[in-house]
Design a protein around this ligand. Sequence first.
Ligand SMILES: NC(=O)c1ccc[n+]([C@@H]2O[C@H](COP(=O)([O-])OP(=O)(O)OC[C@H]3O[C@@H](n4cnc5c(N)ncnc54)[C@H](OP(=O)(O)O)[C@@H]3O)[C@@H](O)[C@H]2O)c1
Length: 196
Amino acid sequence: MRILVIGATGQVGRTAVAALQGHEIVSASRGTDPSVDITDTASIERLFASIGQVDAVVVAVGEVPFRPLADLGRADYESALSGKVLSQLDVVRIGTPYVRDGGSITLTSGILSREPIAAGAAASLANGALESFVLAAATELPRGIRINAVSPSVLEDAPSYHSSFPGFVPVSSHRVGQAFAKSVLGVQTGRVLAVD
Ligand SMILES: NC(=O)c1ccc[n+]([C@@H]2O[C@H](COP(=O)([O-])OP(=O)(O)OC[C@H]3O[C@@H](n4cnc5c(N)ncnc54)[C@H](OP(=O)(O)O)[C@@H]3O)[C@@H](O)[C@H]2O)c1
């Protein structure tokens, strides 16, 4: 399979790349060639025009502000929605015509949709929005294209985040990678693949 992984150099993206070894991986982020900034629709259009058809798209990117509820302003919510939700939805919208029949799109949300942490309300909002989108989009995507969200807990390999997730059991990169493998190589669609 030819698989586009956006955010392939990140902690989560690396798990997908490792789990999909043996396939042709096209890695893209702001710092790669080809490059893409998924907060810029013209950049997404240029990426797909340059790489052409793929069997699968994985998006492992998403910026959200972490701030106490009382300090979260409208701009923070807009930032969460544009940085994590609309950016991934733009990849779905622009990228779908480039996905081959029967292919797949996999987005990345996260455990904060189902289990809160302090200062995480904007992130929970973004993750929940992505997961609800996936449930509905799966029913309307054309040509047998599947869509899922991988929704991991905090990764073992992200120790700088661990103190913000008290009582959470960090998950291995291997398990997160297997969720991406299930989404890309399996038959699931419209699913939130939680890794807790
Ligand atoms: N780490 C965790 O424990 C964890 C757990 C659950 C969910 N998540 C979610 O997983 C996603 C990725 O997190 P991460 O921890 O892997 O982040 P990360 O380590 O900072 O990696 C981010 C990746 O995305 C790329 N990227 C960043 N902004 C981009 C943009 N605007 N356009 C294109 N590429 C961009 C980066 O490369 P460039 O800098 O070259 O662009 C990098 O490859 C986030 O949505 C996060 O909330 C993470």
